[in-house]
Design a protein around this ligand. Sequence first.
Ligand SMILES: *[C@@H]1O[C@H](CO)[C@@H](O)[C@H](O)[C@H]1NC(C)=O
Ligand SMILES: *[C@@H]1O[C@H](CO)[C@@H](O)[C@H](O)[C@H]1NC(C)=O
Ligand SMILES: CC(=O)N[C@H]1CO[C@H](CO)[C@@H](O)[C@@H]1O
Length: 647
Amino acid sequence: HKIHMNIVRSHCLFLCGFLWSLTAFPPCAALGQCRGSSPEQCSRAVAVQRRVDCHPQPGATQENCEARGCTWCTTDVPNAPWCFFPEDSPYGYSLGGNAEKTIYDPNTERFEVPLKIDSPGVAAEDTSYDVEFTDDSSHFRIKRKSTGTLTKNMKKWQSQAIHNMLFMFQPFANLYGVHPFYMCVEDDSNAHGVLLLNSNAQDVSLSPNPSLTFRTIGGILDFYVFLGPTPENVVQQYTEAIGRPHMPAYWSLGFQLSRWGYGSIDVLKETDVQHLDIDYMERRLDFTYDKENFAGLPEYLQELKKAGMHNIIILDPFISKDEEPGTYRPYDLGEEMGIWVNNSDGVTPAVGQAWPPGNAVFPDYTNPRTVEWWNQLCLEFKNVLDYDGIWIDMNEPSNFLQGQFPGCADNDINNPPYIPSISDRSLAEKTLCPDSKTYLGEHYNTHSLFGWSQTAPTFHAVQQATGKRAFVLSRSTFVSSGKHGGHWLGDNFSQWKDMHYSIIGMLEFNLFGMPYIGADICGFNYNTTYELCLRWMQLGSFYPFSRNHNAEGNMEQDPAFFGEEFAKISRATLRIRYSLLPYLYTLFFESHVHGNTVVRSLMHEFTSDQQTRGIDTAFLWGPAFMVAPVLEEASTAIKKHHHTGIK
Ligand SMILES: *[C@@H]1O[C@H](CO)[C@@H](O)[C@H](O)[C@H]1NC(C)=O
Ligand SMILES: *[C@@H]1O[C@H](CO)[C@@H](O)[C@H](O)[C@H]1NC(C)=O
Ligand SMILES: CC(=O)N[C@H]1CO[C@H](CO)[C@@H](O)[C@@H]1O
C-alpha cells in the first residue's frame, strides 16, 4: 500500500502496530471542544503514556498550546509532553475517494524521492497483513493476518532528529545521513520494518503508548511495511525494495590504516598507509596532490601496488572558485558545464566556504551533467594517482558558514513554520540555504540526498577507472546508499563510550542495507591512550570495514606505534579476522544476493529469547560467530551478563 498525503504543517502519527492516523492541528478550539488545563479536566484527559506532542518546538506555554487547540496538563513523567492532542476531538484529515490503496492530494505537486522501489507485486488480498480504516477514514490500522497484532511495548519517551548535518553535539541530534527506517521485534517475536521514504527534515518521537510520531516538513508520506516475520526476513525484504548492498572487493576486507596529518610522504612511508586524507592535496584542492610535501607520491603508490597493497584517496564535494582562471580545471570545466548548486535565482552559483582557500562552489550531483563532469575528472586523476577506491567526505553537504554568501533570505522556505528538533533549529546550519536550486528541485527537498546522489556516480567512476569492483566510502548516506558504497561512523572521539556506540552504529547500518561499516579504530578526535586503543584494535578487528583513522595534530595511534606487546596483541586478533575472511566474504555474498545482514544483534538471531533484547555490547557475524569485546577501562574480563549468562 502506498500512501500519498499532504503533510506540510501537519503531523503524521504512527502508533507502532496499532493505529496510523494522519493528523493536522485540531480545529477543536474553533469548535469550542478543547479539553484540559484545570486539575479536574486533566484528570479526565488522555493518559500520560498515550499523549501525542502538540507543541514539539521549544517554548510551549499553556496559552500558545490552547491557542492551537490542544490540551495543557503538566506531569512528572520525564520527557512526556505537557501540550498534547485531545484524543477524541474531531481533528485530522478525512480520506475521500477510494482509500483502499492510494491516498493523495490532487491539488499540490509534491517532491518525491527519486528512488525506484522494487516490489514483489503481491496482490492486496495476498499480503500477510490487513489494512483497516475507521468509519471516517481518518485513521487506519495495520494488522498481521496470522496473529492480528503488530505490537511492541516501549518504555521511554525519546526523540530523534533527521537532517544531514556535519557535527553532532549531543545524543539523538541529527548527523550525517538519513534513514527513516525501523525494525521492531514484536512481543510474540515476529518482526516488522517500516520505511518512510521521505528526504525532508523530520523528527521522530517514540512514546510508551506505544506510538511513533513522524513529523516531516515536506514531500509525501510514502510508507512501506515489511512483515518479516524474522528480523533477517525484514532486512531481506527491505533491501529487495531499495536495492541490495554492493559486493565489496576481497582486499577491502583487510585491515586499513589512515590518518589526517601524515604531513609528508616520509611520514607516510613509515606507516604503510592505505587511506590518504586531505593533506595529500595541494592546498586542499580536489584532484591535485601536494608536489612538495608529497613529492613522489605517484611512484610510491606504484611501489605499494607491487607489494600487493591498495590505496584510497579522499575527495570533497566543494570546488575552489578562487584559483587563477585557466589553472584549475575542475572549476573551469564545471563552470563551463553549469553544474553547480545555484542560489534561489536559479542562475548564479551558491558560494560557500570549506577546506580549500578562498570560497567554493558545490557540484549538484542530482544533475546528469555533473555526473559527466565528475566521471571525467575521476578518470583523468587515475592517471595522476593510481587509486583503488574513493572516499567521499563532507557531502552533507558541509559548508563552514550558515548558508551561502550573503546568508539566507528570510522566507518561508528558509524559515518554515515548523523546524524539526535539528541542531540550532536551522535548516541552513553548516550547509546551504534551503531555497538554493538543484536540478531535482529546491535544496529544501534535496539536501539530505546530496551524499546519496554523489555515491552512485563515484561508484561507477571507480569501476570504470579501475576495471575492478568499486570501493566507495561515503560519510553522508540515504536509503539505498549501500548499493554503491560503504560508510564509516564519522568523526568520533577517542573515548570509551564512542567505542561502545560503534557497536550500535554497526548494527543499525546493517538494518539499513549498508553492511560495509565500521568506526575509526582508536578514535578520530582527541589523543587516544594505550589501553583504549588496544581494546579498540581488538573490537575493530571485527568491524566489517576495519580502519584505524586519526585526526590532524593527535598523537600516533597505528598499532606499530605502541611497542612490541601492543603489536603482538593486535596481530593476534587481526589473525582471527584473517582466518575468518572466507566466512566474512561469504556473508557479504549472501548480503549482496539475498539481502542478509553481515553483522547482527543477538536479539536479531535469538528473537524468542527476551533476554537478548537489551544487549548492545556484543554482536554476531552472520548466525554463527559472536564477538563480545571488553568495553570498559581497567577491566580484563567481560562481566557475566546478568540476563544471558554470557561470559
Ligand atoms: C544553474 O545556473 C547555471 C547558469 O549559471 C545553469 O546553466 C544551470 O542550469 C542552473 N542549474 C540549476 C539547477 O538551477
Ligand atoms: C596530543 O598529542 C600530541 C602529540 O603527541 C601533543 O602535541 C598534544 O599536546 C596532545 N594533546 C593533548 C590535549 O594532550
Ligand atoms: C560526532 C560523531 O561523528 N560521533 C560518532 C563517533 O563514532 C561513534 C561510534 O564510534 C558514533 O556513534 C558517533 O555518532
